[in-house]
Design a binder for this molecule. Structure first.
Ligand SMILES: [Zn+2]
Length: 221
């Protein structure tokens, strides 16, 4: 099992365990390691599910050190792994097609899709957060659409004129490009892709970095 970085690993743990109806605690949790155990583990008793994910200093990559996949606990419908952030992230795509979802509809959506149940206060706070995130995204996209439309009316069709856009990781620009000039060639700065990949990881040097830049400079697959 390999993951890009600790954040990706933790998100995978969250998604998998919520889907399975299990609740785990992140016991150790720093930049070099994450240890997660079932909340029903009591020393040598109770459910013994656990995983230990650690940075290998020699290879500068993360790896699973310990993994006990056997669960003995029963499925739970309320789960502390489903944090407000998690709920909001899952809700955003849904809100894009149904922006006026009621608290009751959000509640039912999570019961049906994820078999997880929340208190009203949680549903309310997470919905508010998701709506805020959606609004910000929409605002950014709107601004970029306006900019791109003006740019194209000045310089001409980018596909016809063979222009290439270079992105600097600006929020909302992807979506605006799709709407205004879908198919126009665009590229990302390598340094931003690398920064994004290693935002939460320690392996931002050594062999992974060299390999990444070699890929970036390659002219053939
Ligand atoms: Zn368990």
């Amino acid at each position: 099992m390999k993951f890009e970085n600790l954040e990706v690993f933790k998100m995978a743990m969250r998604n998998t365990n919520i889907a399975m109806g299990r609740e785990v605690d992140f016991m150790k949790n720093d930049k070099a390691r994450v240890r997660a155990c079932c909340v029903e583990k009591k020393g040598d008793h109770g459910c013994q599910w656990k995983i230990y994910y650690i940075l290998n200093n020699k290879t500068n990559t993360y790896q699973v050190m310990t993994y006990d996949p056997e669960y003995t606990c029963t499925r739970r419908i309320e789960n502390k792994l489903a944090t407000r952030e998690w709920v909001a992230e899952k809700l955003i795509p849904r809100l894009k097609t149904q922006p006026d979802m009621s608290v009751q509809q959000v509640f039912e959506f999570f019961i049906h899709t994820y078999q997880v149940k929340f208190h009203d206060a949680m549903v309310f706070r997470a919905t508010k957060l998701a709506k805020q995130k959606c609004e910000v995204e929409v605002e950014y996209t709107k601004s970029w659409k306006w900019f791109l439309q003006n740019l194209i009316s000045d310089v001409g069709d980018p596909i016809e004129k063979k222009y290439t856009f270079i992105f600097d990781m600006q929020k909302g620009l992807d979506a605006a490009m799709k709407e205004v000039c879908d198919g126009a060639p665009h590229i990302f700065f390598n340094k931003h892709i690398w920064a994004n990949l290693t935002k939460h990881a320690k392996c931002n040097s050594g062999e992974p970095r060299r390999a990444f830049w070699n890929c970036g400079k390659a002219t053939t697959p």
